[in-house]
Design a protein around this ligand. Structure first.
Ligand code: BEZ
Length: 393
């Protein structure tokens, strides 16, 4: 039987179409690189915090062989400058221009709020590796929003319990006037006043100002039993040095959320010695898990890790647990969150779980500074869970 030229041409075209279809089906089954958008501060008072978070994140990805759920990780970076007024434009560069699969950021609570709003509106997966803004896992909570760090309420509440138990009665608070400062102080007041203490004065200055002199004079005049504070990064270094230089360290004991002395001890020197703080990490945990994390971090980055590095590392752990359950698909938020609801995260800080609102339920250590380390001296608050006020998950 003869086959006409037209029939042959038709068969050839059909063959090509089949090949193209098979190739496109294979491409759909093998998603490409996993695009991770790091939105962190790389300049300004929180610059070193952003770098530590990125280092920690990359450390865990390297342990996984550079892939998460079978997808090679590709990074897209934006310096958010800890500036909330630029945050919406910055996050849209990652969502719209770079079309990332997941956002990881940021350090500053005001920046993180803008990221959470954009993540909610676009449905992009967001993992917050530091910023404590209560609303992120409170009123703004969502199936696609996670936190590997803490809520601002948590360290404040933990230290309020400790100070009330010590019998301290009259406290002055001092912090930056923005969500992190306000909410840390609110958490502190909640437990401290429940325990019988009184906050006699609440002092603040705008972020990221470091002109503390006038406020230190007010503290000296108020003669409280103690001071409670939240500062972090470069501002924390200056505050601790100014507090000592004003002669207050000898007369009014200073207590703080642990960010005051984390990643800052080299620069603070002896002025930080003896300070008590509460945080979900310490330098002297001496567990097998933490020791190996610290050794690998020090070998890779020639730096000692801090709480920010741990939070970055755990952001990558959360991402990997969730994406393993969705076969690498970052849009399947129901399966992603079901996996994390059952998970225990094997963190260098100690194992923790996530609350319904996706915030860590974790121990807060009481730490004291000595020999340039935040040494664990007790548990300030065990398995502390943020109240997630306003969350409807
Ligand atoms: C915050 O803005 O939420 C924050 C910044 C630095 C350390 C801790 C919290």
């Amino acid at each position: 039987m003869k086959t006409s030229l037209t029939t042959l041409a038709r068969r050839g075209a059909l063959g090509l179409a089949f090949t193209a279809l098979a190739a496109s089906m294979a491409a759909a089954q093998t998603p490409g690189k996993l695009k991770v958008g790091l939105m962190l501060p790389y300049t300004g008072t929180f610059a070193s915090l952003g770098t530590a978070i990125e280092n920690g994140f990359r450390q865990h990805v390297a342990e996984l062989g550079g892939k998460i759920a079978g997808r090679e990780v590709e990074y897209f970076k934006v310096d958010d400058e800890s500036d909330p007024s630029k945050a919406t434009d910055n996050v849209n560069k990652l969502i719209k221009r770079d079309q990332v699969d997941v956002l990881v950021g940021s350090v500053h609570s005001g920046v993180a709020m803008a990221m959470a709003k954009a993540a909610k509106e676009s449905g992009t997966l967001l993992i917050v590796p530091n910023a404590g803004a209560d609303a992120v896992t409170g009123a703004m909570c969502a199936p696609n929003i996670y936190r590997s760090s803490f809520s601002n309420w948590q360290p404040g509440y933990a230290m309020g319990e400790v100070m009330a138990k010590k019998g301290i009665k009259k406290v002055v608070t001092i912090t930056w006037k923005y969500a992190a400062g306000d909410e840390t102080v609110r958490g502190f007041k909640e437990s401290f006043e429940k325990g019988g203490g009184t906050v006699v004065k609440e002092l603040s200055l705008p972020f990221p100002n470091v002109e503390f002199q006038g406020l230190l004079t007010e503290i000296a005049a108020a003669k409280p039993d103690a001071v409670f504070t939240f500062f972090a990064g470069g501002g924390a270094v200056k505050f601790v040095k100014d507090y000592a230089a004003a002669g207050l360290k000898k007369t009014v004991p200073l207590y703080a959320s642990g960010f005051l002395t984390d990643g800052t001890l080299e620069a603070q020197g002896a002025d930080a010695d003896g300070l008590f703080t509460a945080l979900h990490y310490a330098d002297s945990l001496d567990t097998k898990r933490d020791n190996s994390f610290r050794l690998n971090y020090a070998k890779t980055y020639k730096l000692q890790p801090d709480v920010y590095a741990v939070q970055g590392y755990d952001a990558a752990q959360i991402l990997s647990i969730g994406l393993n359950a969705t076969k690498g698909d970052a849009t399947k938020s129901a399966d992603f969150s079901a996996a994390l609801a059952k998970a225990t995260i094997d963190s260098p800080r100690g194992a923790f779980t996530l609350s319904k609102a996706h915030n860590p339920v974790q121990d807060f250590y009481l730490r004291q500074v000595g020999a340039k380390e935040n040494k664990k001296v007790g548990i300030a608050s065990a398995k502390l869970e943020d109240p997630a006020r306003g969350c409807k998950l």
